[in-house]
Each structure stands twice: as C-alpha cells, then as structure tokens.
Design a protein around this ligand. Structure first.
Ligand SMILES: Cc1cc2nc3c(=O)[nH]c(=O)nc-3n(C[C@H](O)[C@H](O)[C@H](O)COP(=O)(O)O)c2cc1C
Length: 386
C-alpha cells in the first residue's frame, strides 16, 4: 500500500483533489467571484519574511496556550466548516484527531454529525451558530449545545450570500434520491477510492444538518436550513449581546475585519474574536485577515482574545500570525484536505505538519515559547497592513 503520510498541507490538497469527485472538491475550494480574497489569504503570508538567528537557539520550545478557557497543546483550533461529503466519518474523525493532538474542535451548525457524538469524541468542542431563524430557534440551538456540553460558542457573522464564481460553482445535490445519485454517478465513478470508502461505511453522503434543531427532532436538509438563514433579518450588535447573555459562557464572534467592530464585539460581551473573511467566502476584495490583524490586535488585544483564520497552511503561517498579535489561529481547508486524503489520520497528519513547522520556526527564531514572538521577528513590507 502506498505511504499515506504527507509532508505538507499542499500535498494533502493534491491528494484530496485526486480522490474527491469534482463537485465535492469544488465545494471545499469555495471562494467567491474572482477569488481575490481567497488567494490573498494565502499570498499575504508569503509576503512576510522571518528573521532567524544562527546561534543561541533554545533547546526547548513551548507552544501550549489557552483560548476561551481551554488549554491547547498548540495554538491551532479547528475552524467550523459546514456539511461536506468528504469522508463518511466527517466531523467525528476531525474531532477525534483534534482530541488526539490536544486542540479545540469547532463544530458548525451546518455540520453533518450530531453535536452529542462530536463532544463524545472531543469534549473540547466549541459550537458555531449563525444568526439564522427566529430567536426561539436560536435559543433551541444554544440550549442543545449547552446540554451536550459544548465549552464555547462561536457566532459567525460574516456572510453576504454571494453565490457566483468565475470558475463556476460546484453542483451540490438537492437530495440523495436514487435519481439524483444516478445524475452524479459519472463524476463519482471516476473517484473509486472515495466511492469505496462510502460503500464500506454503509452510508450515503448526508446533506442533513442535525444540529439545526432540538435533539430528537428531524434534521432539516442543508438547503432548507440555508434558506432559513438567508431569510433572517441580519443580526445587530444588540442581538450579539443577547446571544452572549443567553449563552452565558465563553463566546467568540467570528468574521471581524474592522477595528470599530472589534470594539463592538468587546462591548457586546464576547470573550474572543476571530479576524476572518470566512476563508475568502464572503465579499470578494476583503483583505486577507493577516493584513487586518495587527491593527485589531493593537486596538483590543488587551480586552479580548484575538484569534485569526484564513490561509493558514504551514507552521510558519501560525508563527507569523502570533507575531502580529494573534493568540492562536483556526484552520479550515487544511484539515478538510487531510480528512479527504486519509480520514482521522489525515487530520492528525495536518496537525502534525503544523506542529513541526511551528517548532522549527520557534527554533530558528531563537524562541523558547510562542509568548516571545513579536513583530520584530518578521520582515513586514510597506503597505502590508490594511
Ligand atoms: C467548505 C467550507 C465550509 C465552511 N463552513 C463554515 C461554517 O459552517 N461556519 C463557519 O463559521 N465558517 C465556515 N467556513 C469558514 C471557516 O470556518 C474558516 O473561516 C475558513 O475556512 C478559514 O480559511 P482557510 O480555509 O483558508 O483556513 C467554511 C469554510 C469552507 C472552506
């Protein structure tokens, strides 16, 4: 059997591309319009240089940290991602991998596995909601997460329902009826390894979102839940404060890109923010979060925990984000590619790649701990920061 281990997130992506049906891979790539923000998320990290030392490096390096009261073995969290027919074990595999590597699992309210099963696999789980539906239904989701034992809540606000892509959007099945399966058969048959994984599991890719309703109620289809969200009047900052009150525990507001809004998140009672552009899936033209991070961390970093997500593919990216003021980063596509390539072991592989990259960078930069990182460790081009 070929060696399933991969040495970089880029190799995991190549394997995912070879293994997944075109539309499933396309759904992971996502992005909007001309893909400018999605590209900038990765490209911006490459603009930042590092300043290694050559002697006097530290023989030991500490990368443990804490976000929203959760101790973590390294400054990386699993960012929540919605239902994806990537692997039959889906979010359970991701949660197990995160637990095995001591990192927090972020579970989307559009995920395909029930929160109770995910928390059984990783008690360090933050549940993510959108402002979708009326207040009663939002409370239902919050209460379910509380009863299940979620140790944090993520409220994601940056979404503008942009559905056009210059490279064409993937065809996501409206249902899993026989006729639909037959329609998708040609692209599926081209990917026998993926098909075999599903056949062996005895399941078919589910497009239901079980965490959208109360436990025991039937799960709506992804598109029905999406329709509810689309039809909901967008949240105000008062609504954010209301969520903080209802949840009454560690809360992260995800999707912040402006200093004034970072301040509003502080005032609303949030514990943390993620500087994010939804992986380049919100308005195209939104700068990479790493460009926005320094100003936001400078403004509110002493009042709220600041994390960032978008474009993180290697340990050096994590180190750069921490040097610019983030307490930790969240990853999206990187673990989805690992999951596609090799299930739970693939997600562990991605986390190991990041961990060893963080360690090498701490070594090279002469640090004994992530807490010693600062902008002085980087070469920051003029006009980098937005
Ligand atoms: C396929 C896909 C689905 C996503 N679904 C969600 C979601 O349900 N909830 C959420 O808050 N963010 C979602 N995101 C955004 C991620 O949490 C994260 O912000 C983004 O992926 C980070 O960028 P990266 O993929 O470059 O790491 C999704 C991203 C992708 C690529």
């Amino acid at each position: 059997m070929a060696n399933s281990w991969f040495e970089s997130v880029a190799v995991a992506q190549q394997r995912a591309k070879r293994k997944l049906p075109k539309s499933v891979y396309g759904a992971l790539i996502a992005g909007t319009e001309r893909g400018q923000s999605m590209s900038d998320n990765e490209a911006a990290f490459a603009e930042l240089g590092v300043r290694p030392i050559t002697a006097g490096q530290s023989p030991t390096r500490n990368m443990t940290t804490e976000v929203m009261g959760q101790s973590m073995a390294m400054p990386v969290l699993i960012s929540p991602t919605g239902v994806q027919a990537v692997h039959p074990d889906g979010e359970i595999a991701v949660a197990r991998a995160a637990a095995a590597r001591g990192v927090v699992m972020g579970l989307s309210s559009f995920a395909s596995k029930p929160i109770e099963d995910v928390i059984a696999a990783n008690p360090q789980t933050f549940f993510q909601i959108y402002w979708a539906g009326d207040r009663d239904s939002i409370i239902t989701r919050i209460e379910r997460a509380k009863s299940a034992g979620a140790c944090g809540l993520i409220l994601t606000l940056d979404w503008s329902f942009v559905h056009s892509r210059d490279w064409g959007s993937p065809q996501i099945p409206q249902d899993t009826k026989l006729t639909t399966l037959i329609k998708h058969a040609p692209e599926t048959l081209m990917r026998p390894a993926w098909l075999l994984e599903w056949l062996r599991s005895g399941q078919i890719p589910a497009l239901d979102v079980p965490n959208f309703t109360a436990i025991g109620e039937s799960a709506p289809h992804f598109f029905d839940a999406y329709g509810t969200w689309w039809g909901t009047t967008p949240a105000t900052w008062k609504d954010v404060a209301w969520v903080a009150e209802q949840w009454d525990g560690p809360l992260m507001v995800k999707g912040i890109g402006r200093v004034d809004e970072a301040r509003r998140a502080v005032d609303s009672g949030a514990t943390a923010i993620s500087v994010s552009n939804h992986g380049g899936n919100n308005l195209d033209g939104t700068p990479a979060p790493i460009r926005l991070l320094p100003a936001i961390a400078e403004a509110v970093g002493d009042q709220i925990e600041v994390v960032m997500d978008g474009g993180v593919r290697r340990g050096s990216d994590v180190v750069k984000a921490l040097a610019l003021g983030a307490k930790a980063v969240m990853i999206g596509r990187a673990y989805l590619w690992g999951l596609a390539a090799n299930g739970q072991a693939g997600v562990e592989n991605v986390l190991d790649v990041l961990r060893s990259g963080i360690d090498s960078n701490l070594l090279g930069l002469g640090k004994s701990s992530i807490d010693e990182l600062s902008p002085d460790d980087l070469i920051i081009p003029d006009n980098f920061v937005r």
